[in-house]
Design a protein around this ligand. Structure first.
Ligand SMILES: Cc1cc2nc3c(=O)[nH]c(=O)nc-3n(C[C@H](O)[C@H](O)[C@H](O)COP(=O)(O)O)c2cc1C
Length: 333
């Protein structure tokens, strides 16, 4: 029987296990990927990055979003790192993909599933499901530009009840040489709501000659293992279920049992604060982490008061001051 702890192959790469960090816009920077690796993730994917911004040399994009930290090469199973690009112009994609290869990525993942109107109205993200000729040209260009294995993350369809993402996945593999499909079997119309269509994912796994990585609904270990077994997917991808919950990676990989203690959660949050400062400097890190705090507050089982106190902080020092009283004072010997 296949296990999540087994290795697998993606093109010429060996991936050390079958638990993958999903791309998460505005979140999946190097330290979030590194955190997932510390808990065992075998493959990590960056947040989506604009191919146009890379092509035109936008400074923040190129220095922050394309940054791969040396620790990602040595931590945990030190599996491959994929950078996810979005865009609908093959020439721009070819150029951006070259820059991403120079930045040290192992894989280029292409976003053909983003349902956000700002992205779709440019013809990128899930809009490519309705424009398969362009999608195939973009994927081929990403490989030409980078020489790297290209994977595509896409949805089952744009509209509920349709399945044209399935047909596009086949064309991407057979015509553009895409090396794996990350399949999120929900339509763009429902964004992230509702049950993923595991029957459709299973059919795709049976149809394609390349690995399918399954995304969607990955919150509970038992459900995740059932979905992995039922669909026959090569690997599974954690998205919302892993936010502020890196222990989910470790539980699935049989490295951790049960729930983290309060001290473990607070230690982890400390690690995040330190790394955010390393990434963005103390000022920007203080504001950036406001979107991270709620995940850890929930995991701590704390409520509104702590949430509001952390949201009111502007600096890392203020956040540390809010968190300090949550640690029990050391008892006198
Ligand atoms: C906050 C957030 C950001 C996301 N950003 C991206 C992204 O940049 N690229 C992408 O392909 N999918 C993105 N997704 C989709 C996830 O990778 C995943 O497919 C989706 O959340 C379904 O998995 P889940 O139900 O286990 O959360 C995002 C989802 C969330 C919630």
């Amino acid at each position: 029987m296949r296990r999540l702890t087994d290795t697998w192959n993606l093109a010429h790469l060996t991936v050390p296990n079958r638990v993958v960090l999903a791309p998460l816009a505005g979140i999946g920077n190097w330290f979030v990927r590194l955190q997932a690796q510390r808990y065992g993730a075998g493959l990590t994917v960056s947040e989506m990055v604009s191919s146009h911004a890379v092509h035109y040399g936008n400074e923040k994009t190129c220095t922050e979003l394309l940054r791969i930290h040396p620790d990602e090469r040595t931590t945990g199973p030190a599996g491959p790192v994929a950078i996810q690009l979005f865009g609908q112009d093959p020439d721009i994609m070819r150029s951006a993909a070259r820059t991403v290869a120079d930045a040290g990525a192992d894989i280029i993942d292409l976003n053909m599933g983003c349902p956000v109107p700002k992205v779709m109205k440019t013809g990128a993200g899930a809009a490519l499901i309705k424009d398969p000729d362009t999608a195939v040209a973009v994927a081929a260009a990403a490989h030409e530009g980078s020489g790297l294995p290209v994977t595509v993350k896409l949805r089952s369809a744009v509209k509920k009840g349709e399945a044209d993402g399935f047909e596009l996945a086949r064309r991407l593999v057979h015509e553009a040489g895409v090396q794996a499909i990350c399949f999120h079997p929900r339509s763009a119309q429902v964004h992230h709501k509702g049950e993923p269509d595991l029957e459709l994912a299973k059919a795709l796994v049976e149809d394609l000659p390349v690995p399918v990585i399954l995304s969607g609904g990955m919150n509970e270990p038992a459900w995740i293992v059932d979905a992995f077994e039922f669909t026959g997917a090569e690997a599974i991808m954690l998205a919302r279920g892993g936010l502020g919950n890196p222990w989910l990676f470790a539980r699935l990989l049989e490295r951790y049992e049960g729930e983290p203690t309060r001290d473990e959660i607070l230690d982890e949050l400390d690690w995040v604060l330190d790394r955010a400062v390393e990434h963005l400097g103390a000022d920007r890190a203080g504001r950036y982490l406001r979107k991270f705090y709620p995940w850890y507050v929930d995991r701590l089982g704390e409520g509104k008061a702590l949430q509001e106190a952390l949201q009111a902080t502007g600096t890392i020092d203020e956040a540390r001051a809010v968190l300090a009283p949550l640690r029990p004072a050391p008892t006198a010997a």
